[in-house]
Design a protein around this ligand. Structure first.
Ligand SMILES: Nc1nc2c(ncn2[C@@H]2O[C@H](COP(=O)(O)OP(=O)(O)OP(=O)(O)O)[C@@H](O)[C@H]2O)c(=O)[nH]1
Ligand SMILES: [Mg+2]
Length: 378
């Protein structure tokens, strides 16, 4: 028998918690391989949630209550994780909402994934078989889908479809490893931070479909504006992909500025000046990527290591140059050299359109993958 502990944060959930606790134990009591505890982390709810949970404990020997101050969802989870790990020593911990948005009949599916070797199982609303409520307004649908798409693209982790889901099963070693990190994220962004950190620790992530339903009783506690801002900022400040794009754009500016200065101030012939400025930009990008975009994989080993990696970085850049040249040659030959009319009065030469296409769809993925797998390989 392995132990699983379901952590449920509550704030004013007196109309939900009793039926939820009953539903959970009904679905997990007979599982052959698992012994399941439920830990309610209540933040001093004024509506009587605490007293209600206390009154349920005699009927459910595996139900526990932790009382905390009201400091947001993240802090409630962290408190719950710490105490549950210390007192119950579970193998896996669940995150689950109290408001019946998360269906307890799917709990066994999460545990199946854990048995198959997953370290972090996400209940996803966006994979086949999962869903968000049909009656959500279009604004809410767009926000939810858009936020997830933004995080997926920002982190270049397209396989994970639901970053913001609050229904998850996570092995205890990941939680222990993440507590210090997530401690600074108190609100709902804590969920994104925890998953991001788990991935950086090598967690095997898998997803199970969930049908998310709206709360029937009680009121929502989420502060959407704050949540959007925090999530946006978290991704911007933690995504090596976005930083890599920014460095690429800066490199472009460096290249042009140096070419201009070499030609006009130092009177270097144009072709040589551009070769020199391209190399300046490459060296600039190499160092900024090393100390910023890929800081977590910074090159170690002194001068020789840096020289070797800089050489590799130059080779990858040379690859980009050849891809651009070859791609443009093929496109111009087969698609023709023409003028594209984009909008009335706005037209572009075909080579510019082709170049933008090659950079967006080939050069960016090519460089990002090679930087990760070759230059800043862990
Ligand atoms: N302990 C504790 N629980 C909280 C706090 N804020 C929210 N919760 C709980 O976290 C869970 C999710 O909160 P909800 O208000 O349902 O937020 P949501 O599910 O993102 O939003 P809705 O879709 O509107 O329900 C619920 O079980 C809440 O009771 C808090 O500060 N402390
Ligand atoms: Mg809810």
């Amino acid at each position: 028998m392995k132990k699983a502990t379901i952590i449920i944060p509550t704030y004013n959930e007196k109309d939900n918690i009793k039926s939820l606790v009953e539903g959970i134990f009904k679905n997990v009591s007979a599982l052959p391989n698992w012994m399941v505890d439920v830990v309610i982390v209540d933040s001093d709810s004024p509506d009587g949630t605490t007293e209600l949970v206390e009154s349920l404990i005699p009927s459910f020997p595996h139900l526990h209550l932790i009382r905390t101050k009201k400091e947001g969802l993240g802090k409630a989870y962290i408190e719950g994780f710490k105490i549950a790990i210390e007192k119950l020593q579970p193998f896996v911990l669940f995150e689950m909402d109290a408001d019946h948005s998360h269906d307890p009949t799917t709990l066994p599916a999460f545990l199946k994934q854990i048995e198959k070797g997953a370290d972090f199982v996400i209940g996803s609303r966006y994979i086949k078989g999962g869903s968000i409520p049909q009656d959500w307004g279009i604004d809410r649908k767009i926000f939810s889908i858009g936020a997830n798409l933004f995080v997926r693209l920002g982190f270049m982790r397209l396989k994970i479809t639901d970053w913001t889901s609050g229904f998850r099963a996570i092995k205890a070693w990941i939680i222990k490893d993440s507590l210090a990190y997530v401690n600074t994220y108190s609100g709902y962004v804590f969920q994104v931070a925890l998953l991001d950190h788990a991935i950086s620790k090598g967690a095997r992530v898998s997803e199970v479909p969930i049908n998310f339903v709206d709360r029937k009783a009680g009121v929502s506690k989420i502060n959407s504006i704050q949540y959007i801002f925090q999530t946006f900022w978290y991704v911007l400040s933690h995504s090596s992909f976005i930083k890599f794009i920014i460095v690429g754009l800066l490199g472009f500016v460096v290249d042009f500025s140096f070419a201009y200065a070499f030609i006009n101030s130092l009177k270097i012939p144009k072709a040589s000046a551009n070769m020199l400025s391209a190399e300046v930009a490459i060296i600039f990008n190499f160092f900024i990527n090393n100390f910023w975009s890929f800081r977590h994989k910074k090159i170690e080993g002194g001068f020789i290591a840096y020289a070797q990696k800089l050489l590799l970085f130059n080779l990858v850049s040379l690859g980009s140059v050849l891809i651009q040249g070859g791609g443009l040659y093929l496109l111009l030959t087969f698609m023709g050299d023409k003028i594209f009319a984009l909008l009335p009065g706005v037209s572009l030469s075909s080579w510019i359109v082709y170049k933008i296409g090659i950079i967006s769809f080939i050069i960016i993925p090519y460089s990002y993958v090679l930087y990760n797998k070759v230059v800043w390989k862990k």
